[in-house]
Ligand binder design. Sequence first.
Ligand code: DAH
Length: 359
Amino acid sequence: MTTNIDELETQLFAQLESANDEQALEDLRVNALGKKGSVSELLKGLGGMSPEQRQEFGPKVNGLKTKLNDLINAKKNNLQEAALEARLLSERIDVTLPATPRRAGSIHPIMQVFEEVSTIFADMGFAVKEGPDIEDDFHNFTALNFPEKHPARDMHDTFFMQPSEDGTRKLLRTHTSPVQIRTMTSEKPPIRIVAPGRTYRCDFDQTHTPMFHQIEGLVIEEGVHMGHLKGVLMEFLARFFEVEEAAVRFRPHHFPFTEPSAEVDVRCDRSGKELKIGTGNDWLEILGCGMVHPNVLRACGIDPDVYQGFAFGLGIDRLAMLKYGIPDLRNMFESDVRWLEHFGFEAFFAPSITSGLSR
Ligand code: DAH
């Protein structure tokens, strides 16, 4: 029995010596000290021995058990410490290196202004509508009372698609006014909507790009007159430009889809370095509007003897340029990150229909 124990001890210590990773140590522990391990088996054997034999071998086997257990644990600790040491060396961090800049995107001024404008009109009870960018002649021109020979129907102004087999040509909408038609043919008055969106015309200079943005307004109700139109526009302009009052001037104009039609100027001051809206002795053209033409109402199946209404169209890009001092429209669509960082808005500040305009 003694030789048995001594032999086992020699054998186990040799194995301990050559166990060089945690897994090997764990295997050794299980093989020697586990339930069916060699040392455990010896311990079990003590039960069947005479008291004298037990007295002799008991302390020896138990001693072996404790010693082996301690040695395994000590070696495990050493291995873990060495591994940690190696990690600390290889993963050293140089805290003096400059930080990697964290780049966050920003809200494009056009999206910001879309939100601001929609929020103001939503507060006044207008619903927000959208229509397709690719339109047909009926919604973009005919139903809006454009005569057959109107210059806007000309190839020079409008992007037309290839004609389809029946000879009709789709087009990229030249304004957001077709959404008026889509709304009036699918809904019954009272109607009170704004329609923000992209619009397209063959044009390119400092204040024109082939793709630009508009917001259309439409109100159809019994008894609506130009006074309501003026009130809505003054309220909108004062809130948008964040001034007490925005005086407006209506200049007679012509649009096929409104009668009477007007261009609206807002009071402004150009005497200083910056353009100021709301004060001063100058006027700035800001939008087009009018009372919806009876032919437009008829084209949508609405009786002009019962219902009246007004409509207006605003250039979003122009509003953004005026409010945020953006000198060239073309930069808006060049995706220059420096420009976007300068003129963009933090998402946190973007107003929404639920949060309102306040920052
Ligand atoms: N559709 C016009 C344009 O693109 C803008 C406009 C003017 C819209 C008068 C209207 C309006 O609804 O009444 O130039």
